[in-house]
Design a binder for this molecule. Structure first.
Ligand code: GLA
Length: 525
């Protein structure tokens, strides 16, 4: 009985304490005003932190405000703060041309000892971080640096055919590290890809560390020695690429080249870098997204790369801002992204790929339209869709930068990436633009003139059912109708000869698939 009483007493005491605690906590939260500026730091796991500023305005339990640092006005957020639990969400706009307006990002967490413990989902992963009070001043972008007078940067003489290689982003994103790059270099050689032309091994975003006392860029813990890594890649007969931004930070929030362009170019050259992808990203909150300002930013790095004296392929990644295809060569750009980011799905690849036809005439030796890296082998599309991806990019003379895990690829993926006949279309030295010669419903016929009296003919089915697509042999203008020439045709995916007979050719093309032919003419003697 005694014990029961005492238990009972204890219970009451605990209940009282708990109630007291709840009341005092509630009072404490009632008095807490979260209004103000906050800095959220999320560890990248490589010695660097992703920093996001936001401003909160609290009214009762309602939160409004904005996520800062991604644009001049921030991205509006709305949410609530109740009993120490914080919840807010924003809609992050997609980059221009991405084909979708934005995606919702939600933050949840608790408020303890003046700090938030927040979590959010990013790229299907749960990300946790701590947010501490900050100031308005800290949220401001760095001072705008003067842009140079525009001039023409001399052609660097590189990339006479569209660059070919591999890039880490599509498959590995923030997980790329030294070991992944070495393993990929090994596999590029072992699989035969390097012999087929894929020679650039490009490290995308998230290799960057902080700047040292002299302002030199360093690598983070995932890349202990970039020079040694470059030596390794070179020892395989390959070339190595790297990534940066004209802004203070890159798209993934790492250190950009802002105000350090010359210094960074010298560092890349000293490491032995052969290719730079330069991504507008963080510069968007400082400069206007006009042809003139963007050109100034890219000219700065174009000049810096040339001053190093090392041949470095220059890849402009600004998603087509200011019709980059019109001035890309003037900043010594060897390739320029024409769209937002590709995704590993049919809708994205189809939309991006077929939107390139109007600007295909801007591609020329040394200077190429870049509709983004390949997704072949990443698992989000069927084999027919990946064959369309490879065929379309080749018809467009687009850079062929594989984006898959080449150390672990299936035979089917290999057969697509390593189709030498299709690669030869992409790399055709005449670099003649593709022409859209017929469109009917979802059927698209593309023709591209090739060297040696030949053309490539692509019969594409963008629809959801198999269709028959035809073309007349004389529409290829190879002179055969006059009887002066004989036509030879090969199906480049079936690897077989096609009978040239009658007036026209008809193929059944699977849904989202392609029939790709090379047709050549030889003179009849
Ligand atoms: C942008 C680019 C991508 C990739 C990421 C890295 O989104 O368009 O290709 O480089 O940045 O953060």
């Amino acid at each position: 009985m005694k014990s029961v009483t005492s238990k009972h007493f204890n219970f009451i005491t605990h209940a009282c304490c708990l109630l007291g605690l709840l009341i005092s906590t509630a009072v404490a939260y009632a008095q807490t005003d979260l209004s103000g500026y906050w800095l959220l730091k999320v560890s990248n796991g490589d010695g660097t932190y992703r920093e996001t500023y936001f401003e909160l305005k609290q009214k009762g339990e309602t939160l409004t405000g904005s996520l800062l640092g991604r644009g001049p006005n921030g991205i509006p957020l709305t949410g609530s703060f109740k009993d120490g639990q914080v919840h807010f969400a924003t809609v992050v706009a997609a980059p221009p041309g991405a084909g979708f307006s934005g995606r919702q990002v939600a933050y949840d967490g608790t408020f303890e000892n003046g700090k938030f413990l927040l979590q959010t989902m990013s790229r299907k992963e749960l990300i946790k971080g701590v947010a501490e009070r900050s100031t308005y001043e800290a949220t401001l972008p760095p001072a705008r640096l003067a842009l140079p007078e525009l001039h023409d940067v001399p052609d660097n003489g590189l990339a006479r055919t569209p660059p070919m290689g591999w890039n880490s982003w599509n498959k590995f994103a923030g997980k790329v590290d030294d070991a992944t790059v070495r393993k990929t270099a090994d596999a590029i050689v072992a699989s035969g890809m390097s012999k087929a032309g894929y020679v650039y091994i490009n490290i995308d975003d998230t290799w960057e560390g902080a700047r040292d006392a002299k302002g030199n860029i360093t690598t983070n813990t995932k890349f202990p020695d970039m020079k040694a890594l470059a030596d390794y890649v070179h020892s395989k007969g390959l070339k190595i690429g790297i990534y940066s931004s004209p802004g203070p930070e890159t798209c993934a929030g790492y250190e950009g080249s802002y105000g350090h362009e010359e210094q960074d170019a010298e560092t890349y050259a000293a490491w032995g870098i052969d290719y730079l992808k330069y991504d507008l990203c963080g510069a968007r909150r400082i400069y206007k997204q006009t042809a003139e300002e963007t050109r100034g930013l890219y000219q700065k790095m174009g000049d810096a790369l040339q001053h190093t004296g090392r041949p470095i392929v220059y890849s402009l990644c600004e998603y087509g801002v200011g019709d980059v295809w019109k001035w890309g060569p003037e900043v010594s750009g060897n390739l320029w992204r024409t769209t937002g980011d590709i995704q590993d799905n049919w809708a994205s690849m189809d939309r991006i790929g077929f939107a390139q036809l109007d600007i295909s005439a801007y591609a020329q030796p040394g200077h190429w339209n870049d509709p983004d890296m390949l997704e072949i082998g990443n698992g989000g599309m069927t084999a027919d869709e990946y064959r369309t991806h490879m065929s379309l990019w080749s018809m467009l003379a687009a850079p062929l930068i594989a984006g898959n895990d080449v150390a672990n690829m299936s035979d089917e993926t290999k057969s697509i990436l390593l189709n030498a006949d299709v690669i030869a279309i992409d790399q055709d030295p005449l670099a003649k633009p593709v022409q859209e010669v017929a469109v009917q419903d979802k059927s698209v016929t593309l023709v591209r003139p090739l060297r040696d009296n030949a053309v490539a003919v692509g019969l594409f089915n963008r629809g959801d059912h198999p269709v028959q697509i035809s073309f007349r042999w004389d529409s290829l203008h190879l002179g055969a109708v006059l009887g002066a020439k004989t036509l030879h045709a090969t199906d480049l995916w079936k690897h077989e000869e096609v009978l040239v007979a009658g007036d026209s050719y008809t193929a059944t093309v699977p849904s989202h698939g392609v029939v790709l032919l090379k047709v050549s003419a030889t003179a009849n003697n």
